[in-house]
Design a protein around this ligand. Sequence first.
Ligand code: UD1
Length: 386
Amino acid sequence: MKIIHVVGARPQFVKYAPVALALSRMKKEMNIDLKNRVVHSGQHYDRNMSDVFFEGLAIPAPDYHLDVGSGAHGEQTAEIIRGAERVFAREKPDVVVVYGDTNTTLGGALAAVKMHIPVAHVEAGLRSYNKRMPEEVNRILTDRVSTLLFCSCKNAITVLRSEGRVRCLSGGNLMPRTGLARKDLGCDIDHPLAINVGDVMRDVFEMTRAEATTTSSVLSHLSLEPRGYILLTIHRAENTNQVDVFRRIIRFVRRVVDGKRVIFPMHPRTKGILKKAKVGLPDFIQVIEPVPYLDMVALVSNAVMVMTDSGGLQKEAYWAKVPCVTLRNETEWVETVRSGWNTLFENFKGSWSCQKNRPEYYGDGQAAGRMARILLSFTPNGAQHG
Ligand code: UD1
């Protein structure tokens, strides 16, 4: 059997890492003839946005590079579709796996579905209900053309069920690790299957945390004390495209920091826009280059607070028991807000009411294993291998 994974933006490398590991383990254990291929769209191309993640997470190098680079949404997505289609025509995969909500996700999914190749969407069912976000459009469309909808949490299943005819396993609860019958997994493009497998980002976060504590030198390199700094990231188009919006966020950060140091690993998009608009940052904010995953885990785990517009970082803060302010008007990760560990910046009153026993909304750190098991039993037309 052949699986193709389409990745291209930084968070997708992180999400793919535990899936690659789980697939290669199961391939050996079950002696399956699996051909696993990776297509890198080239949406992210700077070394510190791409290569360092492959190296740091020990992901085998991509089999194909589409080299699409940056561009307007239409142009970038079209280039990804064009490149992915050629690869799929040559490789004839049984299933294509796409991750998250970027233009790479949508491009890979559209190319596959038009060629009647089943699409598996990792992180399906998330919604911000803000269609002005490019990511929201990408995830809605990707979900609509997917056959396998791998969900990170129960809420995502509820969303998908409310939107149309989707069958779900185990009542939307975390999929049991054993005891599923072959008939349970039957699905095709007209009968999609939504499965709560848990969150692959939790898998990789848990896998990396101990190593981050012992190996990462980012804290000493920046002379940071644990709990002595706030971690800040801002990269979303809606927060960076208009300088006024960005300035408003910085004013908010200034009000909240209370003399603490702020560390800001800056995404190249933000850097480029600030440079062009000649916007400076106040002295208490220390801008650093984007960091490898291991260092990010160390930074988030030791921060006193996280302020971010990133989706992944909201959950990483939750897992690390670090309170978070989300620099957006809405979040897809509503559970983190419900439990009191995260708050939208407009609602922030200066403190959190964090639930001490954080519910495990996002699985048990074994999401990739569940996904691998389902993927390996999957062939087109809804039939499954034994
Ligand atoms: C993309 C995703 C976003 C995700 C983010 C993760 C879309 C629509 N958005 O946003 O959902 O949260 O990735 O990081 O797919 N650039 C570089 N070097 C790079 C990559 C980008 O300089 O390696 C600069 C370019 O100026 C580029 C800009 O960043 O135009 C934006 O890059 P792009 O991939 O379009 O979107 P992101 O903001 O990274």
